[in-house]
Structures are given as structure tokens and as C-alpha cells.
Ligand binder design. Structure first.
Ligand code: PMP
Length: 461
């Protein structure tokens, strides 16, 4: 029996009866009902009612190579036939995680040569948190264990990852965070820059907040700073160019490790394999997941720099940490093939030289003059549009976050999947998008803004 034996209504009813969804208000979901996405191909997803939707979010920022890749199906099938599972505990390994680790060391920045696997970005960040604290303990400085993070950071949903994160609503539901994690302002110039303050100066000020936190805690007590190169789920907040070099300087000066969370930005999205390369950052750890397999299998890889790795090896002692699926052979087989596809098709260079710049131009041309657009930001194939009621004063629609939801609903009705985060519309499409796909998307966004504007200004929504 397949799902095709069920009507959409039946699937919805079963879903309502049994399925608790991630990040969902279930009372609201019971009333609104679910959209059942049943298949996908190339840049499109299809629901059970036959709607074709251009996927502007690459699933959840992950389907970098696009849908319908037979080669990935074959890689998974062949590996399942040969060895569906074996673990990497007890002095064992299997071939695919080994070869994938070699490949990751090749594409990562030069000083990064080791990999620790998990199944999700959250798990990888848990690993990263434990690893940096373990590193300092091995170095004889167990008191150096405070982590500095930022408001609006998203690092995942496990208790440790939520503790690292800076989303107020999530933190309220922690009911007890992992201790010794502190948060500072994020580099979100659109809302936080002072009147007349240049982007450059704002970037330095936002970085100084990190240094202030380090000094307040005492550098001898601070293990690491963690940040997404571009805050994704927090609203595609792209920092000013002055920010990351200053963060690097501050971390180096105070001997604080630099942890980058590239779960979204990794594997080509910024026009290089990693944003660390696009932005010239030298991190001690890089958390990656999502685009590693283009979402075809759950897999994360924490890339570990030589400084931490050599201490682990030289000092020895067991690192009491790992998951049943660390180095899952099928997920790693899919990742290897996925990286091969990204490389063979030159998707990263295309993002850097062609589609990335074109996305910016097309959004500016299509929406730059829209009365409800306060700012358009892009970096590679990541985009954000700030939604305002008044372009000049940057006044927002009330209540907070209400207008983008209206735009999003119209975008989906027009055949484009986009996401609304507070007062920002965001996009993170598959790297296979061409200029034509971008034109199609921008046309649909413009229409969604126009329809939403009529409704919002007339108070109909
Ligand atoms: N870090 C970042 C930057 C993310 O965007 C996400 C997921 N959106 C995660 C971590 C968590 O990844 P996962 O959902 O696979 O646990």
C-alpha cells in the first residue's frame, strides 16, 4: 500500500490524529490543516492537490543539488545492499565515512582536517560544545568554559543547541539552559544601527559587544565564540564586511576559540564551499549538515581544526561522546555522490559568478521600488527582504510579524515557497536555480507583495 491509496483529506485527518509537527502551534494546525507535499523534481515540489510550487527554500535550506537526483538514489541503494549499517565505535570504521572525511578535509579551509559525524545540525553543535570544553580541559584549563553566542542565533533544537541559540521564544521553553552560555547583540544593521551610523562602524560595534562579553567574563574563563556567518533562521542577517575580521581579531587576541555554524551556509550557498572561505574566517570548528547530502539523507559533519584535533590525539583519553549513526554508511555514500555532483556541475562557481549576483539584481529590479520593501539583502543564494509599512520611516505593520505571513501565503498561492521570519521575507533556493528560475521567482514575489499590500492597507488582513 502506498500513500496513493489515500485521499488528501484522509491523509490530513490521519496527520491530525497522530503527527506532532516541529515548530508548530498544534491548535492552529488542527484548524488550518496541513499541505501534503508528495513529490518533487528539479526546483519544484508538488502537493497532493496537484499544485506545482517553486521551492525558494530548498526544503529547509538543504536541497542544494535540487530534487530528483537519480544518482543519489543509486548511491543510497547500492550502499544499503552492500552494508546498510555498521558503526564507527570499537576501533571499527566503514569505507564511506572514511572517504567522505578525506573529501571534507580537501574542500575545507587548509587548517581543518578532521571530521566528527552526527545526523543533524543540532547534534553537531552539541558535539562542538562538548568538544571545545573538552579541549580546554585537556589543555589544563577546565575553567575556560564559557561560550559567547548572539541574539537571534539558531543552532538547533536539542537542549544544548537551544542553549547556544538566541531565539527568545525558544529559550523561554528551555526550563533550564546548559550553563555558562552568554548572548550578545547580533550584527543586524537594519534594526540596530544608530541613525547616521555607517555599516562599517556598526559592524565594529557589534563585534565589540563580543569583546566586552569576553572581558566581563575574563578571557581566562571563555572557551569560544559561536556564530553563523550569516544568521539564517534568524532572518538572513548578513553582517557588515567589518564584522568577521574584527571577531577574528578579538578571538585571536583573547585566545578564544572560534566556532562557525555553517549548517546553512556550507556546501556552496555563499559561492564557496564554506562561508569561512567567502568571508576569510579561520574557525576552529565548522558545524555542517543540510547541504552535505542535499537533504537526501540525514547527516551532519563537525569539521574540526588542527588545533583541537592535535590536542585530542596528543593528550589522548576517551572523548565520551558519539551517536549510533555517527558516520552512517548510507548517509555518507549519498554525501560523497552529492559533493561530486556539486563539483561536476560547477554549482558553486555558478552561485558566486552568475546566479548569486543575478539574484540581487533581479530582486532590486523587481522589488527595489516597492512601497513595502525596506531593504533587500543577498549573499550568494541567500536573500532577505525587509517588510515595512513606510519605506522612509521604516515603520513596520502591526502586530509585529503579521505582514510577512500574508505575503508568504500569497507567494505560496502564486507557486513560490518562501518563508517569513518576523518582519523579514527570506529565501534560500537550491543551487541549481538558473537566471530563468530567478526571474520566475521574482515575478511571483512581486505579485505576492502587490496583493498583500492591497489587503494590508485596506485592513482586510
Ligand atoms: N544550525 C543552523 C545554522 C541551522 O540553520 C540549523 C537548522 N535550521 C541547525 C543548526 C540545526 O540543524 P538540524 O535541524 O539538522 O538539527
Amino acid at each position: 500500500m502506498t500513500y496513493k491509496n489515500y485521499s488528501t483529506e484522509q491523509l490530513r485527518a490521519i496527520d491530525n490524529a497522530h503527527h506532532l509537527h516541529p515548530f508548530t502551534d498544534h491548535k492552529d494546525l488542527r484548524q488550518a490543516g496541513t499541505r501534503v507535499i508528495a513529490r518533487a523534481d528539479g526546483p519544484f515540489v508538488y502537493d497532493t492537490e496537484g499544485n506545482e510550487i517553486l521551492d525558494g527554500m530548498a526544503g529547509l535550506w538543504c536541497v542544494n543539488a535540487g530534487y530528483g537526483r537519480e544518482e543519489l538514489v543509486e548511491a543510497a541503494t547500492a550502499q544499503m545492499r552492500e552494508l546498510p549499517y555498521y558503526n564507527a565505535f570499537f576501533r571499527c570504521t566503514t569505507p564511506t565515512p572514511t572517504l567522505l572525511a578525506q573529501k571534507l578535509a580537501e574542500i575545507a579551509p587548509d587548517h581543518i582536517n578532521q571530521v566528527f559525524y552526527g545526523s543533524s545540525g543540532s547534534e553537531a553543535n552539541d558535539t562542538a560544545l562538548r568538544l571545545v570544553r573538552h579541549y580546554w580541559a585537556l589543555e589544563g584549563k577546565p575553567e575556560k568554559n564559557i561560550i559567547i553566542s548572539r541574539d537571534w542565533a539558531y543552532h538547533g533544537s536539542t537542549v544544548a543547541a537551544t542553549s547556544l541559540g538566541g531565539m527568545a521564544a525558544m529559550r523561554e521553553q528551555l526550563y533550564g539552559a546548559v550553563p555558562n552560555i552568554r548572548h550578545v547583540m547580533c550584527p543586524y544593521a537594519f534594526e540596530l544601527a544608530n541613525p547616521g551610523e555607517s555599516d562599517h562602524d556598526f559592524g565594529l560595534r557589534a563585534a565589540k559587544a563580543v569583546e566586552d562579553a569576553i572581558l566581563e567574563a575574563g578571557p581566562e574563563n571563555v572557551a569560544a565564540f559561536i556564530g553563523e556567518p550569516i544568521q539564517g533562521a534568524g532572518g538572513v542577517k548578513i553582517p557588515p564586511e567589518s564584522y568577521w575580521p574584527e571577531i577574528q581579531r578579538i578571538c585571536d587576541k583573547h585566545d578564544v576559540l572560534l566556532m562557525l555554524d555553517e549548517v546553512i551556509t556550507g556546501y556552496g550557498r555563499t559561492g564557496e564551499w564554506f562561508a569561512a572561505q567567502s568571508m576569510n574566517i579561520k574557525p576552529d570548528t565548522i558545524t555542517t549538515a543540510k547541504g552535505l547530502t542535499s537533504g537526501y539523507q540525514p547527516l551532519s559533519a563537525l569539521l574540526v581544526g588542527d588545533r583541537i584535533a592535535s590536542t585530542l590525539v596528543e593528550k589522548g583519553g576517551e572523548f565520551y561522546h558519539g551517536y549510533t549513526y555517527s558516520g552512517h554508511p548510507v548517509a555518507c555514500a549519498v554525501a560523497l555522490k552529492n559533493l561530486e555532483i556539486i563539483e561536476r556541475e560547477g554549482l558553486i562557481g555558478r552561485v558566486r559568478d552568475e546566479t548569486g549576483p543575478y539574484l540581487h539584481e533581479a530582486l532590486q529590479a523587481g522589488l527595489g521600488d516597492h512601497p513595502m520593501v525596506g531593504e533587500i539583502r543577498t549573499f550568494g543564494l541567500l536573500a532577505a527582504i525587509e517588510v515595512v509599512k513606510d519605506r522612509d520611516t521604516r515603520e513596520r505593520f502591526q502586530p509585529e510579524g503579521s505582514a510577512p505571513v500574508v505575503i508568504r501565503d500569497h507567494a505560496i498561492a502564486n507557486g513560490l515557497m518562501m518563508r517569513a521570519v518576523m518582519d523579514t521575507m527570506i529565501m534560500s533556493p537550491p543551487l541549481i536555480w538558473t537566471k530563468e528560475t530567478i526571474d520566475m521567482a521574482v515575478d511571483r514575489i512581486r505579485k505576492a507583495f502587490d496583493t498583500a499590500e492591497k489587503e494590508l492597507r485596506q485592513g482586510r488582513r
